[in-house]
Design a protein around this ligand. Structure first.
Ligand code: ATP
Ligand code: MG
Length: 183
């Protein structure tokens, strides 16, 4: 499975709709300070269901919506869509039939947050569920940000174990067991 497109509109510094085409397995994002490199990664983490504004470097969730610049007025809706190439069948089960999987999240200023899976409205849980155990997710090891290596080195045993369990694909089953036990 490979992330093949990122479509961003109204998210942080990306006011006009833009599609980032990731054509190879290695993509570098270059640019001057403040041009939006980290915002791109925030966008990816946000679609995957990140619900903490702090982890997206903002004070409130509304901070992800473009809030204006010297030449542009603020807008009312942020939208990010990730398109995954699933032609190798990484996502199996009900998703195996899809060569492309699209995951989209939108939020408006009134706080209404919506998720879509291949264009159909879904719950946040549906998104986190399909990626659990694949290494992708809002806080997974697929995104290694500044300071994360030192946090891992200094992590408490339980935290380190959580990371290893996600990498080994065990977390999906633990989550299911936890749900069954609390039902
Ligand atoms: P650096 O090289 O310093 O890490 P960067 O390319 O990673 O820079 P980002 O942190 O992605 O930069 O982008 C910061 C810019 O995004 C700032 O100019 C900030 O004003 C802008 N920005 C963040 N949130 C919003 C928002 N809600 N609306 C408009 N602009 C925003
Ligand atoms: Mg940055």
């Amino acid at each position: 499975m490979r992330l093949s497109k990122i479509r961003i509109a109204g998210f942080k510094s990306f006011v006009d709709p833009v599609t980032l085409d990731l054509r190879s397995n290695l993509t570098g994002i270059l640019g001057p300070n403040g041009c939006g490199k980290s915002n791109t990664i925030d966008a990816v983490r946000w679609v995957m269901g990140e619900s903490s504004a702090k982890h997206l470097r903002g004070a409130s969730m509304e901070d992800v919506i473009f809030n204006g610049s010297s030449s542009r007025k603020p807008i009312g809706l942020a939208s990010v869509e990730l398109v995954f190439d699933n032609s190798d069948g990484t996502l199996g089960g009900a998703y195996a039939q899809y060569a492309e999987i699209s995951v989209k999240r939108q939020v408006s200023r009134d706080g209404d947050s919506r998720y879509f899976l291949n264009g159909a409205k879904c719950r946040r849980r549906d998104i986190t569920d399909i990626f659990l155990g694949t290494g992708l997710g809002p806080r997974s090891y697929a995104i290694i940000e500044q300071g994360m290596i030192s946090r891992l080195i200094e992590a408490k045993p339980e935290e380190l174990r959580n990371t290893l369990e996600e990498a080994a694909g065990i977390s999906r089953y633990k989550e299911r067991r936890r749900e069954t036990e609390t039902r």
